[in-house]
Design a binder for this molecule. Structure first.
Ligand SMILES: [Fe+2]
Ligand SMILES: [Fe+2]
Length: 136
């Protein structure tokens, strides 16, 4: 089946750990849509909820540690953006746990937007900084 989302080169940062974790988020979204398409709504909802919650904790922690290690000057702003999304995911997650389908749809839409706007634009800023300063 065709993926709902392809992890094209435009989303890649050329930083291995980040690209792997970002790719995992895209895979998660594709898997969720696959389950939905097959009519496994409850499984899709539970899988999405569990995986997205883990992602916003693990990936954000790893990425912030990396940004600190390279001395990225906009780390604090980046952390605020992560914290806001994490908070919104945590709120949605509680509702999704209670089989709230509106929250589930909202979570799917927010994740889709997150990939395009955050991974595709905001994360790209640190990648540019990293590649420019590497080896100096
Ligand atoms: Fe990221
Ligand atoms: Fe980020």
């Amino acid at each position: 089946m065709a993926n709902i989302f392809n992890f094209d080169d435009e989303f890649k940062l050329g930083i291995k750990a980040a690209d792997i974790e970002h790719g995992q988020l895209v895979d998660m979204l594709n898997r969720t849509y696959e389950l939905l398409k097959d009519g496994n709504r409850e499984e899709a909802r539970n899988y999405f909820n569990k995986t997205l919650s883990a992602y916003v904790h693990e990936h954000f922690r790893n990425e912030e540690a990396f940004l600190k290690s390279i001395g990225f000057p906009e780390l604090e702003e980046h952390k605020v953006i992560h914290a806001n999304f994490r908070k919104s995911v945590e709120e949605l997650s509680l509702r999704i746990e209670n089989a709230d389908d509106v929250a589930f749809r909202q979570g799917l839409a927010d994740t889709f937007t997150w990939i395009i706007n955050h991974i595709g634009k905001t994360d790209k800023k640190y990648a540019i900084y990293y590649h420019k300063n590497r080896g100096k």
